[in-house]
Ligand binder design. Structure first.
Ligand SMILES: Nc1ncnc2c1ncn2[C@@H]1O[C@H](COP(=O)(O)OP(=O)(O)OP(=O)(O)O)[C@@H](O)[C@H]1O
Ligand SMILES: [Mg+2]
Length: 318
């Protein structure tokens, strides 16, 4: 009997309890989340359901838990080595959480590249430029600080910083939630393109089910720390099995029947917040820059058009 080699990210039977004794509170209860190589998986649930706690365990930021996190069969222990740390990188809602506003983008990227001894000198400079290209920001932005950028541009820098260590998995925790709708669509398109180009696995956490539906192939629903449902995006949205999932869908006004009829996974109806197949390229930076006069439009880097494609089904060629 030959064992199938484990691939991708696996967070298995994760339990996190905060506090002790009478005050002990189980924030995550025996949750299992798996993301295959090159797969984009959603994690949805209401505020306080445990989404960020799961993501912090996966990223190595929450070290006290029971269960096991692994990538390609190798455990990512609670106390990670530098090499293990690089495997999973996180992108947060607030780019300032990961960006020092005093540092230029170049300094931010160079620091992490040097820290992990990935490049020096000319190769380091080239790598910084390559990262800007990956996130579709003009190279000139390397010499700016985050304060002189719009929210969407800052989030691109945060993504570049995550990519700088050549991760296999990105965990995006409400990474588009603070952005204007048009900018959200651009960042969603960026995640989709990065998955295609780099083969990244992405765990996409959001309370915005329309965005999740447009980007993710599979979805986990978490309620009070328990994964109550896991299925393909199509099944979750067309035939939710769990009562809580149904409540979650019903609570979203955008999920009226017209929306449900017109949308399918990986393909977003015109006028929705995510990327529409064949739609005109979204305009960047509209209405989101507090310092429009200072900020060079990211349009300089060329418009981003991206076609979201359904992924091959399980067992198909990767
Ligand atoms: N360090 C901590 N100490 C004590 N309780 C915590 C801690 N971190 C999170 N919690 C609690 O665990 C539960 C889950 O929190 P978590 O942040 O994972 O939820 P979430 O689903 O990400 O919510 P949101 O959508 O608001 O971001 C909440 O009740 C929260 O108050
Ligand atoms: Mg959270």
């Amino acid at each position: 009997m030959s064992a199938t080699p484990e691939t991708g990210l696996r967070a298995e039977n994760i339990t996190v309890t905060f506090g002790r004794g009478d005050r002990a509170f189980t924030a995550v209860d025996d949750a299992t989340v798996v993301v295959a190589p090159g797969e984009i998986v959603g994690l949805v649930g209401e505020s306080g359901s445990g989404k960020s706690t799961v993501s912090r365990v996966i990223c190595g930021l929450q070290r006290e838990y029971s269960g096991r996190v692994s990538f390609a069969g190798g455990e990512l222990s609670p106390k990670r080595t530098a090499a293990q740390w690089r495997v999973v990188q996180m992108v947060f809602q607030d780019p300032f959480a990961s960006l020092d506003p005093r540092y230029t983008v170049r300094a931010t990227l160079a620091e992490v590249i040097r820290h992990h001894r990935l490049a020096t000198g000319r190769a380091l400079r080239a790598r910084c430029e390559e990262l800007m290209e990956m996130v579709r920001l003009p190279v000139e932005f390397l010499d700016r600080t985050p304060t002189a950028m719009s929210g969407g541009q800052r989030q691109r820098v945060a993504i570049a910083r995550a990519l700088a260590v050549e991760p296999k998995v990105i965990v995006a925790d409400e990474a588009v939630s603070a952005l204007d709708v048009s900018v959200q669509a651009e960042i969603v398109a960026l995640f989709a393109r990065l998955r295609e180009e780099l083969g990244l696995s992405i765990l996409f956490i959001s309370h915005d089910l329309a965005v999740v539906r447009s980007l993710c192939e599979r979805v986990y629903v978490i309620h009070n720390g328990v994964i109550v449902e896991e299925n393909t995006t199509a099944e979750i949205f067309s035939a939710p099995q769990d009562e809580y999932t149904r409540t979650l869908l019903a609570a979203i006004p955008r999920f009226d029947s017209a929306f449900l009829d017109s949308a399918s996974p990986g393909r977003v109806p015109a006028g929705s917040s995510a990327v529409s197949e064949g739609a005109a390229p979204p305009r960047r930076g509209d209405g989101e820059s507090p310092r429009r006069e200072n900020a060079v439009s990211a349009e300089d880097a060329g418009p981003e058009t991206y076609r979201l494609r359904p992924r091959p089904t399980k067992g198909g060629p990767e």
